[in-house]
Structures are given as C-alpha cells and as structure tokens.
Ligand binder design. Structure first.
Ligand code: FES
Ligand code: FES
Length: 213
C-alpha cells in the first residue's frame, strides 16, 4: 500500500483512468472507510467538543451557603467572586466598602467566624458554612454596638468611607484582646489605613469600648 501512495501525489496520467488494481482498491476503500470512521468520530465528537468549548468559556462556578448577619444565604457564584463582591453585589449589603480591592487598606474588613478578614481577598466559594458579620449586622436593632457608640462619642468619623472597616477591625481587635495600650491598638489596627487621618479618635473609640467590656 505504501508503495502506491506516492503515485497519487504525482501528475494525473494521460488518457482514461486505469482500472484500479486490487491493492489500489484496498488502499482506497481503507482510506475511505477510515475517513468515514474518522468522520463518524468527528461528527459524534462535535457536540461534546462544542460543549467542552462552551464549558471552557463559561467561568467555573459553584454554590455557596453562608450565614451573613444571622441570615442564611445560598448563592450560585463564579468561583472567582470575592466575599466583598458577594456581599455588595449579590446580597445587597453595601455597608462593607471597597477601597483598594487589593488587601492594602482594610476598608473591606468583615468578621468570618469571628476573625477579621479583608473580604476583597477572600474567595466567597471557600466560605461554605461560614458565619459572616458585616457592619450591617453589628447593631442590635436600634441599639448601636458599643464600638459604634464610641465612634460617635469620640467623633471618630471623618469622610466615613473607611469607617465600617475600621469598626469591624476594632471589634476584632477588642475580641482578640489587643487593647493593652494605645500603641498596641495602633499596631493591631494598622491594617486599616484611613486617609482622613482620624486614627487618634479611632484609637480612643477602641480604648473606650475595650475599657467598657
Ligand atoms: S478594599 Fe480590601 S483591603 Fe482595601
Ligand atoms: S474616614 Fe475618610 S478615609 Fe477614613
């Protein structure tokens, strides 16, 4: 068979086509059969190839159930969704602020299972079953959380943009017991960068709350 293949690539012979030899016939039918078989495979493979292509295009997703401020939520999300975007865009909780969106400013701080995290750096899909507390869940009805009250007392708000993250971080700082001195509070609140320069009052608010515990 292999000896006849080069002929098929040469110039066409003059005159009527010769009758196919047995070997040519076998080679041809084998090639056609192969093509049919290959065609069948391709045809059979086409839908799954298309499905694979569209699956490859679609972002990987997953279902996540978590409790936010005491309320259970289940959402289907792109696996790349940050907790911050889930809270703000899917659960309608815009109190948590997006500052740098890169883990540098602390504006997006929330508590996950009682620990403070930068929600912009936390993949929501990994939090299945977690308990999340945001600034919206801190007050007890109309009653402000003691640290919220202290922020009012100490005039610790300025433009207010970073305040939710500062308060959530302050709650974590107090719960962790890092409030032995103003220096210690500053150190443990240093992940929250406030461009309005109201750190002194924020430290006082954290101190006031820690003392009242
Ligand atoms: S927005 Fe998350 S750390 Fe800045
Ligand atoms: S209050 Fe304005 S950045 Fe902090």
């Amino acid at each position: 068979m292999s000896t006849e293949l080069p002929e098929s690539y040469g110039p066409p012979p003059e005159g009527p086509a010769p009758a196919p030899s047995r070997r040519t016939f076998i080679a041809t039918t084998t090639a056609v059969g192969g093509a049919v078989m290959a065609g069948g495979l391709v045809a059979g493979a086409s839908p799954s190839a298309a499905e694979e292509a569209s699956a490859a295009d679609a972002p990987p997703g997953g279902r996540v159930s978590l409790t936010v401020n005491g309320e259970r939520h289940t959402a289907v999300i792109d696996n790349r969704t940050s907790l911050l975007d889930l809270l703000r865009e899917q659960l309608g909780l815009p109190g948590t602020k997006k500052g740098c969106n890169a883990g540098a400013c602390g504006a997006c701080t929330v508590l996950v299972d009682g620990r403070r995290v930068n929600s912009c750096l936390t993949l929501a899909v990994r939090l299945d079953g977690a308990e999340v507390t945001t600034i919206e869940g801190l007050a007890d009805g109309e009653e402000l959380h003691p640290l919220q009250r202290a922020f009012v007392d100490q005039d610790a708000f300025q433009c207010g943009f970073c305040t939710p993250g500062q308060i959530m971080s302050g709650v974590g700082c107090i719960e962790e017991g890092h409030t032995g001195s103003t220096d210690e509070i500053r150190e443990w609140m240093s992940g929250n960068i406030c461009r309005c320069g109201c750190y002194v009052k924020i430290v006082r608010a954290v101190e006031q709350t820690a003392r009242g515990k």
